[in-house]
Design a protein around this ligand. Structure first.
Ligand SMILES: *[C@@H]1O[C@H](CO)[C@@H](O)[C@H](O)[C@H]1NC(C)=O
Ligand SMILES: *[C@@H]1O[C@H](CO)[C@@H](O)[C@H](O)[C@H]1NC(C)=O
Ligand SMILES: *[C@@H]1O[C@H](CO)[C@@H](O)[C@H](O)[C@H]1NC(C)=O
Length: 262
């Protein structure tokens, strides 16, 4: 009785970790950017600064990629400053061209903001569809221009990762803005650091609304296996599968399947 219970637990955690593994490793920014030599400098710096693995660990992300000719500024900066600059090019939500066109103008939260090192609106990027149809990007700090232009989409895995090629890097601006000295006490909503799921002007999209229960269930599940697996060796556990435990496992795994696919 107790051995079939723990064998079903073992199987359950096997399935659970398989789903966790596949959902957290389903894209690899290094491989995506490797498809095109144009992005080799940007790609190398993402790996060098450790940002590549941060990107891969996220489920909904947009990378504003720069081609090699737009990367000259980075060669004169320290790795630490490069990490901040690159962090401003990593948006903590999924935006493809279609979504940006439909929103018209949006303030995007970046990884630099989530790092807690940004001041004022430094860690936010403004993306706006201009009257001529161009999509332009710039720092959200007031008075900064929108100088970087969307060139094209490099890759999309809908609702998880979008890689957009932009024409020039987005500078980290003085948080006070170029002229407007009163802006530090501005009433603009500045989110608490670390709360990177915050969005300004749109309701959460269906895919991201499933993220939280999924992660919560996964955390609860992974918290237990060491102790339950200890009192029964995994090899004997698998040979002792009973029909009720198989049923239990298939119910649980279809639940997981439903949660990950839906
Ligand atoms: C995409 O993201 C959702 C959560 O937003 C996640 O449940 C799903 O597993 C992810 N899919 C891929 C292919 O990464
Ligand atoms: C992503 O791909 C690179 C290059 O192929 C590899 O070195 C790295 O380990 C991969 N990362 C993950 C998380 O799979
Ligand atoms: C983005 O910047 C433009 C130009 O400065 C401004 O008109 C627009 O309101 C900004 N968008 C948002 C969402 O604040």
């Amino acid at each position: 009785m107790s051995s079939s219970y723990s064998s079903s637990l073992t199987l359950f955690f096997f399935f659970a970790s398989t789903f966790l593994y596949t959902s957290s490793n389903s894209f690899n920014i290094t491989n995506i950017l490797n498809q095109n030599n144009e992005f080799s400098t940007f790609n190398n710096l993402l790996s060098q600064t450790g940002l590549a693995s941060t990107i891969n660990s996220r489920q909904t992300i947009t990378v504003l990629a720069l081609s090699n000719d737009a990367m000259t500024m980075f060669s004169s900066q320290s790795t630490e400053d490069n990490k901040k600059s690159l962090g401003l090019h990593i948006v903590l939500d999924y935006y493809d061209i279609k979504k940006l066109r439909s929103i018209k103008s949006v303030i995007l939260t970046t990884l630099f903001q989530a790092s807690g090192q940004a001041k004022g609106l430094q860690g936010f990027v403004n993306a706006t569809v201009m009257n001529n149809g161009d999509i332009m990007f710039g720092s959200a700090v007031r008075g900064s221009g929108l100088d970087s232009k969307l060139i094209d989409s490099v890759a999309t895995h809908p609702y998880n990762i979008s890689v957009l090629h932009i024409s020039s890097y987005i500078s980290i601006m003085d948080p006070e803005g170029p002229k407007d000295h009163g802006s530090s006490s501005s009433p603009l909503p500045v989110q608490p650091p670390g709360d990177d799921d915050y969005e300004y002007d749109e309701p959460p999209s269906p895919p991201s609304s499933t993220t939280k229960p999924f992660v919560a269930a996964a955390t609860a599940a992974t918290a237990k296996p060491p102790s339950s697996a200890k009192d029964n060796s995994t090899t004997s556990g698998v040979s002792a599968i009973s029909i009720p435990s198989l049923a239990f496992v298939s119910v649980i795994s279809s639940f997981w399947f439903f949660m990950t696919v839906w």
